[in-house]
Design a protein around this ligand. Structure first.
Ligand code: ADP
Length: 473
């Protein structure tokens, strides 16, 4: 753990496993609540100096951290593959994406502008300035175990906030490596603190109720996000929530079905489907269903699962047994209700894969709204295809979800693309594009997918208060 600029241990430790092999790859301290208090106290003590530093001073630390993270790209990626499971190439991409947030918010730190506003009174002036919200508590997930930290710490530190962060219990080693980068970049003691715990609940309660914490930023499941937002409400703490999704991927019949199917095969199986922007319902217009399915089936059948350190594997393991059980339950439910299973549909156990949590890349068609997979987030390697007849129908079907994070549209018709973009109730929409994410672009959801945006100009606003001075002259 990293508290007040020092690496510290605890009375107990907990083990970290490689999900591809089940092997123990390390141990981290299991913080006591008293140690979590120490982390918060350190952030409180560091706040005046850090928020009082110039934006240029804060930016310099973030730029050094960016450079160090890129220098360590390969070793960080290897650690991520061992701890989280994604193929090394994807882990390399994630480290770059993570470093981008440090650079972007190092730049944005210098652009925290205020404004002057004309008054109706001739003897009055209005002056608006922004200031740091204060001490931030952050809770991060295991699926993107490095970039989800910098997406929160980058803007928080740029804005002048100090922070205490609790990573997911499955991926504390990646979190530790991020804090090593910040430490080596010269972040002053106490500005960012890391507490690792095996049981997140008491820490979550403390973060939501501690009077000195002014903001909670969370990425994880909608159920936990709602619980934390409720717990933070009595003190009206500010919250940012990046929660679950159930992305529709809509392929109109004027799109090239082969190109669209290739897009699905890439984005659906990224991170073994363990992404909140992963397509969960693939709507294909009936006229091109056949060529689309033929291409997708042949590509999905070729996806090879295995240890992400082996470059011939394009799919890593799921994070744990519970994830395997959930995916399999959704697949069995769909098949029992009449969905067609084209390929996959079971756990992989041959060639030593039984030691890890591997599920075959799976393609289902004929999925309908009665099936669990139509509504429940899968977080696994299952492409579920649903036919549709016209634009109006598919927009209604796509919006028929409590989630509102990502959506994808494939069409060559510009008017249809814009019409659909405007009618879909989702925060991030890829139009003929499977990767609508960047440190420069706002990421976040509508409805039960969350509150607030990360990245982009908006990202830093989440960590700033607006302050008005009315002056009589
Ligand atoms: P997932 O189902 O994807 O693991 P979770 O929402 O359970 O998503 O986990 C995301 C993060 O939330 C992790 O850091 C986890 O430790 C944390 N978390 C889970 N339950 C709670 C809770 N009751 N209070 C605070 N944090 C929690």
């Amino acid at each position: 753990m990293y508290i007040n600029g020092e690496w510290c241990s605890s009375e107990k430790n907990f083990a970290v496993h490689n999900p591809a092999s089940g092997e123990v790859i390390g141990e981290v301290p299991d913080a006591s609540l008293e140690q979590v208090h120490q982390g918060i106290d350190a952030a409180v003590a560091a706040l005046p100096a850090w928020s009082g530093a110039t934006a240029y001073e804060r930016a310099a630390v973030l730029h050094r951290a960016h450079a160090l993270m890129m220098e360590r790209q390969k070793s960080l990626a290897e650690l991520m593959t061992r701890e989280q499971g994604k193929p090394l190439k994807a882990a390399m991409n994630e480290v770059k994406y993570a470093a981008d947030f440090l650079q972007w918010f190092g730049e944005e730190a210098k652009r925290v502008y205020g404004e002057t506003i004309p008054s109706a009174r001739s003897d009055q002036r209005f002056l608006v300035q922004k200031q740091a919200v204060g001490v931030v508590a952050a809770i991060t997930p295991w699926n993107y175990p490095i970039s989800m930290l910098t997406r929160k710490l980058g803007p928080a530190l740029a804005a002048g906030c100090t922070a205490v962060l609790k990573p997911a219990e499955a991926t504390p080693l990646c979190a530790r490596a991020v804090f090593e980068v910040l430490h080596d970049a010269g972040l002053p003691a106490g500005v960012a603190n890391l507490v690792t715990v095996s049981d997140p609940k008491p820490v979550g309660e403390l973060f939501c109720t501690h009077p000195e914490i002014r903001k909670l930023t969370f990425t994880g499941s909608t159920a936990v996000g709602k619980h934390l937002a409720q717990a933070a409400a009595p003190q009206l703490k500010r919250v940012s929530m990046e929660l679950g999704g159930h992305a529709p991927f809509i392929v109109f019949d004027d799109a090239d079905p082969v190109h669209a199917a290739k897009g699905v095969s890439l984005v659906k199986f990224l991170n073994t489907g363990q992404a909140c922007i992963s397509p969960n319902r693939i709507f294909v217009q009936r006229g091109i269903l056949e060529p689309f399915l033929a291409t997708l089936e042949s590509r999905v059948a070729k996806l090879q699962a295995g240890d992400g350190m082996d470059p011939t594997n394009s799919i890593g393991p799921l994070i744990n047994e519970a994830a395997i059980a959930k995916v399999d339950r959704q697949v069995q439910d769909a098949v029992s209700q009449g969905a067609t299973l084209h390929t996959g549909g079971s756990r992989l156990i041959d060639d030593g894969l039984d030691r890890g949590c591997f599920y075959a890349a799976t393609l289902l068609s004929g999925v309908n709204p009665q099936m669990v997979i139509y509504r429940e987030e899968t977080f696994g390697p299952v492409a579920a295809v649903i036919p549709f007849d016209n634009e109006q129908d598919v927009v209604a079907m796509a919006n028929d979800t409590d989630y509102g994070l990502a959506a994808y549209i494939y069409t060559q018709n510009l008017s249809r693309a814009l019409r659909t973009f405007e009618q879909l109730n989702f925060g991030i929409i890829g139009i003929n594009d499977i990767n609508p994410t960047s440190a420069a672009a706002p990421f976040g959801g509508m409805k039960e997918s969350g509150l607030g945006r990360e990245g982009a100009r908006e990202g830093i606003e989440e960590y700033l208060e607006t302050k008005l001075a009315g002056l009589s002259i």
